[in-house]
Design a protein around this ligand. Structure first.
Ligand code: THU
Length: 132
């Protein structure tokens, strides 16, 4: 686990807006040209309007010009001390923008981590072909 990334993810947990669940999540995406965009979970009193950390990070990047397939890695860290996995709504969004060979690294605040290929965590997603 890259020490700088671990520190960035840990520092970023403080920005989680999670007054309802008190469950902090931090994420970061790395682009093919080495740029990093961070994200946190942003909750809402209308619970369904909550956005996960992974989607915040991806949407920040896309809204600043990163293209579909232009990501190499996604990191996700939960603040509980355990390793957390991306929810399935996030996996659908990951499938939209990440290539199947790119990586998802799920880590704890202690640096324990598990690395997966997008194709392993997001098998058979709904895709543009399904719209034809
Ligand atoms: N959460 C994330 O940020 N990412 C996930 O992949 C799973 C869940 C957030 C949403 C909510 O703010 C809190 O964790 C509890 O579900």
């Amino acid at each position: 686990m890259d020490e700088k990334m671990l520190e960035l993810l840990k520092q970023n947990l403080q920005y989680s807006y999670s007054p309802y669940s008190n469950f902090k999540v931090s994420a970061a995406v790395v682009t093919d040209d080495g740029r990093i965009f961070t994200g946190v979970n942003i909750e809402n009193s209308s619970y369904g309007a909550t956005v996960c950390a992974e989607r915040t990070a991806i949407f920040k990047a896309v809204s600043e010009g990163v293209h579909k397939g232009g990501f190499s890695k996604l990191y996700v860290m939960v603040g509980s001390g355990r390793i957390g996995m991306p929810c399935f709504m996030c996996r659908q969004v990951i499938s939209e923008f990440f290539s199947p060979e790119s990586s998802i690294i799920c880590c704890s605040t202690e640096g324990d981590h598990e690395e997966y290929k997008v194709s392993d965590l997001c098998p058979k997603p709904f895709g543009e072909e399904d719209l034809k």
